[in-house]
Structures are given as C-alpha cells and as structure tokens.
Design a protein around this ligand. Sequence first.
Ligand code: FER
Length: 247
Amino acid sequence: MYILDDGIKLDAVLKKPDNFNGRCPLVIIIHGFTGNKDEGMLVAVSDMLNKNGFATLRADMYGHGRSDGAFKDHTLFKWMSNAMTLIDYALDQSFVSDIYLCGHSQGGLTVMLAAALKHEFIKGMIALSPAAMIPELARKGRLLDSDFDPDNLPDELPTWNDQVLGSNYIRVAQTIHVEEAIDRYDGPVLIVQGTNDMPDLIASAKAAHERYRHSEFVLIDGDDHCYGVHMDKMVDAVREWICRTCK
Ligand code: FER
C-alpha cells in the first residue's frame, strides 16, 4: 500500500495484531540511512508487537526502499515530513487507540524529531541505536567517514553502497538541534544501544537518554549497530518496555 506525503508515494505495510478485534495501539516503525522497512530487525520487532496486541505500520522513507524520491535528494526535513504524514495516517484510522513511534539509527533520530513535532499524539517512543549525533557531526564537517569544511560544503558526499548524498542533506542536518527536540517530548522513551556500535553514536544515544525526562536505556553488551549478534535481546527489551508502558 502507498501513503501519500504531498504527492510523494511512501510504500508501507500495515499489520494488525493476531486475534484482533476492536481497537488497539499502533507502532510506526522507521528504518535507518540506506535502509528499508523489510530489514530483519524491523520485521522481528513488528512480529513481536503483532503477537502482543499492537498493530504496526512499517514504511519506506523518501529516497529509500520502494518509496518515491532519489536517495541523493533525501534530507531529515523530508523524513520529518514523512513521519508526520504517517502519524496523521494513523490518527485517521478508527481502530487505533494510541500511537507509538519506533525508529532505527537515522530513523531513531527521525522519531525523536517527530515525537517533538507531534508530542500530544505520541504515547511512547522507542529509539534503536539512534543516530542523534548526525546534526552535530554535520556542523563539525565529519559525516560518513568524510571530512569537509562545514562552511563551504561539497556538492555531494560519497556514502556506503557507491551512492552519493547531495549537500542539502548536510545543510538541513546542520540546522537541527536535537536537544530542543528532546525537551519538547516528555512521554516515555526507550533507547536501546549495542556496545559495539560507533563510539560517537553511543555517546549521543546516552546523552539523549540522560536529557529525556522519562527515559529508559538498555545497553546490549557486544552487539553492533544492526543487532546482528543479539537481535533477540533487542526485541525482548522492546517487548518488556512496551508491554509495561502501554498499561
Ligand atoms: C553517519 C553515521 C551514521 C551518518 C549517518 C549515519 C549521514 C546513519 C546510520 C543509520 O541510519 O544506520 O556519519 O551520516
């Protein structure tokens, strides 16, 4: 199915919980940079949620997966707009009782920003390995293993998978202030973080946890950015937190 964000098609999968009747909470799930909605870790979280009475909405963001837009042209502003569109879609569904957000990495940063934008509609937020350091790194001129002059940006940056990223990505990221977004959301937050992830990402995830007013932080010893070692522990941490928090 497609959800339209101002004419841009976002490819999305809506799943209702097993044995569904009546109304239920829904969790919007957002992938990371170069990712897509069908990654194993996101499907594992979604399946667990569907077994525990939650509907899920997984979507490909602008320039990713099967959605419209070129990868090169994606920015955090476009992803924030996409996230608000997904929240509005969820608000329009009469079966939805409460809305949660869950995002991985750049999707984790996106749900932090979206929770700030639409705070009164978001019952809780889960950030898996959130890439909360991107705006600060963009201001310092150090994204994606490239160094650049933050005041004289290159037209494009090389990224993973031989793709390039346009300079608008950096321009947008430089204007985003994560601390202000954190201060605009005082609902319950879960941050899950593997200890073998990028050190600056781990530091920013921990700083975000410490700044949120109602946050829990689960460190997964020895795990990497995409939970390739202990995916079951990540899924368990989400299950334990959301089943306790949704009461
Ligand atoms: C970066 C490090 C990590 C970066 C993006 C990420 C754009 C995002 C990772 C992800 O979403 O998995 O320097 O720059």
